[in-house]
Design a protein around this ligand. Structure first.
Ligand code: GDP
Ligand code: IMO
Ligand code: MG
Length: 422
């Protein structure tokens, strides 16, 4: 068996959580492969809404869920998330496994995240403040603390990392108040003990054993391709590989074990935090998309910047991920629009290109748009493709031709049921 991968093609928040939940019954296991509590994956069903940060979106309908080695885990936030789920009747102790090789986010990682952002001043990234960057930095500089370490000389390993962080914080002029730090640490250490309630496993063996047994696995991405540390709008990115290759390194899966790659995108585009965004709208249309799409961060509540769909960036994302199937989200947000725009090329220094450039600095890159007629039909209660209005079918045909990839699912609302397969 091979694994299928589902990942975001834009700047995150495409609707990954919803679709993973929709697809979950077709898989034996769901695994998160990168990111951490910077993610906020929203699921809605039976009139209830859940936002998951570190826990795979398969937990509501699947018995095997893994937090893979590529994830960075904050025990405090994990505990809050797990306990809230438990209160709503989802007991994860049997179904959720944690990889020993996943790195831990320490309280001082979060302090460093804030201090680094402050030091950058106007050039700040606008991170989620969850300590993601400093934790991945420790991982690659070989200073990290992993979940597996909690069983072996943990106090020593923790103290070494913490003291190194305190030196760095002092250099940044951000030494924490000792009492506040002590309180953070006490909560964190108690949450580390809480982790021991879960099956802490060699995730790479778990996944490969499942495949060997003919079981199917869905890998759930976090963030999106435009936030990938190699291929995104660097340096305004996250610190992990959000692309498909991240599923290999973040779970211990060989590249030849990748099956379908589901690429998920919104019918328009959003971004949270700083960084370039060529199709961003600063006008009433952008505001309308934000209001109709409820484009506010699932975790931070921050306003999401909104703009038209960017096919130059999408084509690039499809290429670097090897996307085999596309999933289009939130087209219902555009239901009332007279016309819809899609960026088909960039004009850079007077020249047109449809190849995603090294820099998408907003001052230099001018989007070139194709205007399409809107479908002007409410679609949120539609249940089958046969109900699609002609202009909507034309819009899909246009996208499929541009992107050279089939759109297999159209999502017309946040609920699990508002999902139409083609
Ligand atoms: P994720 O991070 O990729 O899982 O996406 P988020 O959960 O951060 O953001 C997606 C938001 O859009 C959530 O509030 C979802 O409930 C909502 N959503 C998902 N699909 C649709 C859709 O097809 N239509 C509408 N209107 N909302 C959707
Ligand atoms: P999901 O999985 C949208 C953005 C932050 C910031 C940049 C770096 O819900 O799609 P970080 O805290 O990772 O160092 O922040 O990345 N960012 C996201 N934007 N959705 C996400 O996750 C994001 N995770 C990080 O806003 O610009
Ligand atoms: Mg999100």
């Amino acid at each position: 068996m091979k694994v299928d991968v589902l990942l975001g093609l834009q700047w995150g928040d495409e609707g990954k959580g919803k679709v993973v939940d929709v697809l979950t019954p077709r898989y034996d296991a769901v695994a998160r492969f990168q990111g951490g509590p910077n993610a906020g994956h929203t699921l809605e069903f039976d009139g209830k809404k859940y936002v998951l940060r570190s826990i795979p979106s398969g937990v509501f309908r699947n018995d095997t869920n893994l937090i893979g080695n590529g994830v960075v885990l904050d025990p405090v936030l994990f505990r809050e998330e797990a306990e809230a789920l438990c209160e709503s009747g989802v007991d994860l102790r049997q179904s959720l496994k944690l990889s020993k090789k996943a790195h831990l986010i320490l309280p001082t990682h979060r302090l460093l995240d804030a201090a680094n952002e402050k030091a950058k001043g106007d050039a700040k990234i606008g991170t989620t403040g969850k300590g993601i960057g400093p934790t991945y930095t420790d991982k690659t500089s070989r200073n990290g603390v992993r979940i597996g370490d909690i069983f072996d000389n943990f106090s020593e390993k923790y103290a070494a990392a913490r003291n190194r962080h305190l030196d760095r914080l002092a250099a940044l002029g951000a030494t924490p108040d000792p009492e506040e730090l002590a309180a953070l640490e006490a909560r964190w250490l108690s949450a580390v003990e809480y982790l021991k309630n879960y099956d802490i496993v060699d995730g790479e063996f778990l996944v490969n054993d499942l495949l060997q047994q003919g079981k199917s696995v869905l890998c759930e991405g976090a963030q999106g391709t435009m936030l990938d540390v190699d291929f995104g709008s660097y340096p305004f990115v996250t610190s992990s590989n959000t692309v498909c290759a991240g599923a290999c390194t973040g779970l211990g899966i060989a590249p030849n074990k990748i099956g379908e790659v589901f690429g998920i995108f919104k019918a328009y585009c959003t971004r949270v935090g700083s960084g370039p965004f060529p199709t961003e709208l600063f006008d009433e249309t952008g505001k309308l998309i934000r209001d109709l799409g409820h484009e506010y961060g699932a975790v931070t509540g921050r306003e999401r910047r909104c703009g038209w769909i960017d096919l130059v960036a999408l084509k690039y994302a499809i290429m670097v991920n090897g996307v085999t199937k596309l999933i289009m989200m939130k087209s219902d947000v555009l239901d009332g629009f007279d016309t819809i725009k899609a960026c088909t090329a960039y004009e850079i220094d007077g020249k047109l290109t449809d190849r995603f450039p090294y820099s998408i600095d907003s001052d230099r890159v001018k989007p070139v748009y194709k205007e399409l007629p809107g479908w002007k039909t409410p679609m949120s209660s539609m249940t089958s493709e046969s109900q699609f209005p002609k202009q909507f079918n034309d819009y899909i045909a246009f996208l499929e031709k541009e992107l050279q990839t089939p759109i297999v699912i159209v999502s017309v609302g946040p609920d699990r049921m508002q999902t139409i397969e083609r």
